[in-house]
Write a protein that binds this ligand. Structure first.
Ligand code: GTQ
Length: 370
């Protein structure tokens, strides 16, 4: 009798090696060819089997090492002074999970970096410091703790910190591994090294950051959001308002997507981001879906069970959920909300028709813990 996912059945490759076959494989290899049935079950698994493993990067451990980089390398020599997060299951590419890159970038007081642009899309979530700024295609954005900002693919960008006293640390999220996997990277240094920024700070927030759209907004024809920054206060306010009107999702709590205000779709073609609130005492049900997710704890503390492993988290911690991994979150502290920022590659999954989602069945019981 065969069971589900058993490779020893008709319809799966089940050829056993013989000396004759092994000789044949060597002949094929000599011509840069191979027999599909020797790899078929590996390259067409029954379901996603990511190499990335669930991982948590604790901010209180990483922060001193990020700070250590400040005097060690000049930002202009490093390009960007970033400690990137790597996944223990995937050392082959600079990815924290799946085909998503993330890192912690530190900028000292008064620092300013040169402008560049690339095919990869980038996003920022600010962890600390009040002086950070970035110029995106000539628009100056100022960002503070928990603000979210985007640098869509192909936009010129340069960053800095105008504080006179404190460094700033923000999290970068990029689709670099995806762009590289598709052999589509491009990179340019700005010919003048710096852009000429307009006088109005946060002009995209002033223009598109409300509930109304400016007349003629439909003329924006770029494949990404014209709103480049999402300040924390209105974001958290929106989350609290939603929490007053709904129970939220059984899997994600009260969750909202940062969107392109013109389309209601994701802010960039390859990456989307969410903010979610777990009420005090809330524990979500487990589900899984295709697509990889990187979470950052914006506020509070709690824990998540991911593919059967428990991760306790607190503010500033970053953790990942690989594709198709069961996951559930809990905020056991009954007196405080917990808020998770996250970004993902769902737009890629959706546009390629790869999106699948599944609820953990009650009859399966709870996810086993390690
Ligand atoms: O800010 O442009 O962490 O290009 C990695 C690559 C940041 C950036 C990173 C980048 C950037």
């Amino acid at each position: 009798m065969t069971t589900a996912y058993d490779d020893n059945q008709i319809g799966r490759a089940r050829v056993r090696d013989t000396p004759e076959l092994e000789a044949y494989y060597r002949e094929l290899a000599g011509l840069d060819a191979g027999a599909l049935w020797t790899v078929a079950n590996d390259i067409e698994p029954w379901y996603p089997r990511p190499k990335s493993v669930p991982t948590l990067w604790a901010y209180d451990q990483l922060r001193p090492l990020v700070q250590k980089a400040l005097p060690l390398v000049k930002a202009d020599d490093a390009g960007r002074r970033v400690v990137m997060l790597t996944n223990p299951g995937r050392r082959d590419v600079s990815a924290a999970v799946g085909l998503l890159y993330t890192g912690l970038q530190i900028m000292g007081p008064g620092e300013a970096m040169t402008a560049h642009r690339h095919q990869a899309s980038a996003l920022r979530f600010v962890l600390e410091g009040s002086g950070a700024w970035t110029v995106v295609d000539g628009q100056k954005l100022k960002v503070g703790p928990r603000d979210f900002a985007i640098t869509p693919n192909g936009t010129w960008h340069e960053h800095g910190n105008e504080s006179t006293v404190a460094p700033c640390i923000w999290q970068d999220g990029l689709d670099i591994p995806l762009v590289n996997a598709l052999d589509a990277p491009f990179y340019e240094v700005h010919p003048d090294l710096h852009q000429v920024a307009g006088d109005v700070v946060n002009s995209s927030v002033l223009t598109y950051g409300g509930t109304l759209l400016p007349y003629g907004a439909e003329r924006w024809s770029k494949p990404y959001s014209p709103l480049f920054a999402f300040p924390w206060e209105p974001t958290y306010e929106a989350l609290l308002r939603l929490a007053r009107s709904t129970e939220g999702s059984p899997y994600d709590g009260v969750i909202m997507e940062y969107t392109n205000p013109l389309t209601g779709g994701s802010v960039m073609p390859t990456m989307s981001a969410h903010i979610q609130l777990l009420r005090g005492g809330q524990a979500t049900q487990a589900h899984r879906h295709t697509g990889s997710v990187l979470y950052t704890v914006a506020q509070g503390r709690g824990c998540s069970v991911i593919a059967g492993r428990r991760f306790d988290w607190q503010e500033g911690d970053i953790f990942c959920v690989p594709s198709w991994a069961w996951h559930e979150h809990a905020n056991p502290d009954t007196s405080e909300n917990a808020v998770l920022f996250s970004f993902n590659d769902f737009p890629v999954m959706r546009s390629l028709a790869f999106w699948r989602e599944e609820a953990f069945s009650e009859s399966d019981g709870r996810q086993p813990l390690d």
